[in-house]
Design a protein around this ligand. Structure first.
Ligand code: UD1
Ligand code: UDP
Length: 365
């Protein structure tokens, strides 16, 4: 009998993380993966597009929870996940990342005595105002197997008293997906479609509540983006949370005054990879993109006070940039003027084989 693992996904970055694991289950055959989509993200461009492009099997179940407050969303996922788990009682529940779907399904699993595996365990920003930090700390405390992407994660778990025997430094499944899809992404026509020249534009994404839920913070960021778009096109695929807030805060007219600030709908994975790979630099508050730009060798300005992925700063192309308008433009200029000569390298085990390592460990348990 193959081992049965219920795999959980819910929000955009989960899809890139779950894809190589499901592919590896299918390749090896010792593990049967049963896929549950919580429905935390549901727009075609935040969900289905990635299933199609990354050839992720159709979810066996979609809990269709949709958007709500943290408490309501987390509780609703738990209520809807419990009967699925009771019916199947798998050997493991596997959760990825740090979103509400991660902690909600993790809690349901351990309360029913089902073993929990957490992929991307141990990352810490040490900022408990971030909803993701709470999700990470709690998920790690209740997990039986903790798969870690970078050495800082192993240290964090040790400090928090997690037994060494549960912790495995395996590399990065998000990078598995990147490396597996680079050639396909190369064929994307997004640059021609948007009339962009390689290295002639910057890419921006923004969705952290600390950046986009406060009109004053968002206004200051727009000031900095205005300065940058005067210098080069700034391509901005807009997350639905941010899109909603830009309108709610009355910024639509301001945006019209910035002709080189080009707002797009969220972009598919292959087009987005191509956009990042050919850009001059990336500005973001995304977790995953700090890692992806490290591998692509593209300078990344992370518009946050902290990162849970320190290796991307120590070894990669990432730098933390405080939210002051003048700081953002100063760092932008440093990168453009090539004043920044820091070398960068690929973190250990970010080699496209993280899913293989995880599946080997799961299969031996
Ligand atoms: C969530 C994760 C965050 C992750 C991000 C990736 C939590 C607490 N947050 O943030 O860690 O980095 O996903 O993108 O789990 N919306 C839509 N359509 C959708 C999805 C969302 O319109 O398909 C809108 C809704 O108005 C919703 C808002 O976006 O209220 C926020 O969605 P939610 O999933 O709650 O949080 P994210 O900001 O997406
Ligand atoms: N991404 C994408 N299209 C976009 C923006 C991002 O495919 O328009 C990809 C990006 O390359 C990365 C993932 O989505 O693989 C990151 O998701 P997000 O920033 O939403 O979440 P986070 O990483 O912050 O949790």
């Amino acid at each position: 009998m193959p081992l049965e693992v219920i795999c959980v996904c819910g929000a955009r970055p989960n899809f890139m993380k779950i894809a190589p694991l499901l592919a590896e289950f299918a390749r090896r055959g010792e593990i049967h993966g049963y896929l549950v989509h919580t429905g935390q993200h549901y727009d075609e461009r935040m969900s289905k597009l990635f299933f199609d492009e990354l050839e992720i099997p159709r979810p066996d179940v979609n809990l269709e929870v949709g958007s709500a407050s943290h408490a309501q969303q987390t509780a609703e996922i738990m209520k809807r996940f419990e009967p699925v788990l009771l019916e199947r009682m798998p050997d493991y529940v596997l959760v990825v990342g740090d979103v509400n779907s991660t902690i909600a399904c993790g809690l349901v699993a351990v309360k029913l005595g089902v073993r929990l595996a957490h992929v991307e365990a141990g990352l810490r920003s040490f900022d408990r105002t971030m909803p993701e930090e709470i999700n990470r700390i709690l998920t790690d405390q209740i997990s039986d197997l903790l798969f870690v992407t970078e050495p800082s994660g192993v240290e964090n778990l040790k400090r928090e008293g997690v037994a060494d025997s549960k912790v495995f430094l395996v590399g990065n499944v998000m990078i598995d997906t990147l490396l597996a899809n680079r050639k396909r992404a190369d064929k994307s026509t997004i640059l021609q479609d948007l009339a962009l020249e390689p290295k002639g534009y910057a890419v921006l994404t923004l969705h952290r509540p600390s950046n986009v839920d406060d009109p004053e913070v968002l206004a200051a960021l727009l000031e900095a983006f205005d300065q940058i778009q005067r210098d080069m096109p700034l391509i901005f695929p807009v997350h639905p949370r941010t899109r909603k807030n830009l309108s709610r805060f009355g910024f639509d007219t301001r945006l019209k005054e910035m002709p080189n600030f080009r707002l797009l709908e969220p972009v598919g994975y292959l087009d987005f990879l191509k956009l990042m790979a050919e850009s001059r630099l990336v500005l973001t508050d995304s977790g995953g993109m700090q890692e992806e730009t490290t591998i692509l060798g593209i300078p990344c300005m992370t518009l946050r006070e902290s990162t849970e992925r320190p290796i991307t700063v120590e070894q990669g192309t990432n730098r933390l940039v405080h939210l002051r308008t003048e700081d953002i433009f100063k760092h932008y200029r440093q990168i453009i003027d090539a004043a920044d000569k820091r070398s960068h390298s690929c973190p250990e085990l970010w080699d496209g084989k993280a899913a293989q390592r995880i599946v080997s460990i799961l299969a031996q348990t």
